[in-house]
Design a protein around this ligand. Structure first.
Ligand code: SF4
Length: 293
């Protein structure tokens, strides 16, 4: 099976100690059994510090210090596991973040998630979101849906390159094309219902306001919309699922546009991704409030 990625994927490298919102802070990372086996098979001397950093209750995970930093993150913002043993000793989640994978009607796809600030910078500044590259041949015999989401996405991407309309105009045309009746009137109610991990995000999301002026950061918003489409629409198995995901992509993009308490488009996008994309509950709440045929 072929593995595809947007062209910008190859630009991604973790910026480690230069990252202001490190994923090694604030998240309890579960450790897969294979990696745990590797740690247990190390010599007593080599394994001591790693095993001490793991909480073995329930599913084994790296402990967080009082300041929410992973115990393996040193004072310079570098991972001591990588420093002492190399990337081969990272658990699956640490090695893969911020990547996500989808199975589509043409094969497997990989992307980078916008909650990572470096991924966010690349996604919002790259105009080649519509250029897919084959990056590997990977094992896999998953059933591939007959529904052709990829051709639909390519048509939408072509349309997104049209400079006649801004992103809001383009979304309105897409609603007509796809018979989507997206109901954003209750956007604030929906945002109030979400489960927030970070209270600062709650305050930011509730500053949402509809803008009826010229859309600022139109290019970045278009690229964010393209990212959400890539992440959520490509796995659709039928037309209804495709429309549901397209509506969800539009909701997230409109939220980024409408947050008024933060100026920086990159920070708005990163926060929307962090608070919504990593919570199945929040995704469900939003999808349940969207109307589509
Ligand atoms: S958020 Fe991204 S850039 Fe920052 S430490 Fe994690 S993977 Fe690296």
């Amino acid at each position: 099976m072929k593995l595809y990625a947007p062209k910008y994927y190859k630009k991604f490298n973790c910026i480690a100690d230069k990252c202001k919102h490190s994923c090694c802070i604030g998240w309890e990372i579960d450790i897969d059994s294979e990696t745990l086996g590797k740690y247990n098979s190390l010599s007593a001397e080599a394994s001591e510090s790693i095993l001490n950093s793991i909480d073995f209750c329930n599913s084994p995970h790296f402990k967080l210090l009082d300041n929410k930093r992973c115990q393996n993150l040193d004072e310079n913002g570098l991972c001591t596991i990588i420093k002492s043993m190399g990337e081969d000793y990272l658990c699956d989640i640490c090695r893969e973040h911020p990547r996500f994978y989808n199975f589509t009607n043409r094969g497997k796809e990989v992307g980078i998630g916008m909650s990572c600030e470096e991924a966010c910078r690349i996604i919002l500044s790259s105009d080649d979101y519509d250029e897919m590259i084959e990056i590997a041949e990977v094992p896999g015999d998953e059933d591939i849906s007959d529904f052709d989401a990829i051709t639909r996405i390519n048509i939408i991407y072509n349309f997104l390159k049209d400079e006649e309309f801004d992103i809001i105009g383009k979304m309105a045309i897409l609603y007509d094309t796809y018979d989507i009746e997206v109901e954003f009137e209750h956007m604030l109610e929906t945002l109030e219902e979400l489960e927030y991990l970070n209270p600062e995000n709650r305050a930011a999301f509730l500053s949402y306001a509809e803008l009826d002026d010229v859309v600022p950061n139109d290019n970045e918003l278009t690229r964010a919309f393209a990212y959400f489409i890539y992440r959520y629409c490509s796995e659709a198995c039928n037309y209804v699922e495709f429309c549901e995901s397209l509506s969800f992509a539009a909701f997230c993009t409109k939220l980024i546009l409408g947050i008024t308490s933060i100026d920086d488009i990159y920070e708005k996008a990163r926060r929307v991704s962090e608070e919504i994309e990593y919570s199945e509950q929040n995704i469900e709440i939003i999808k349940s409030r969207l109307f589509y045929y």
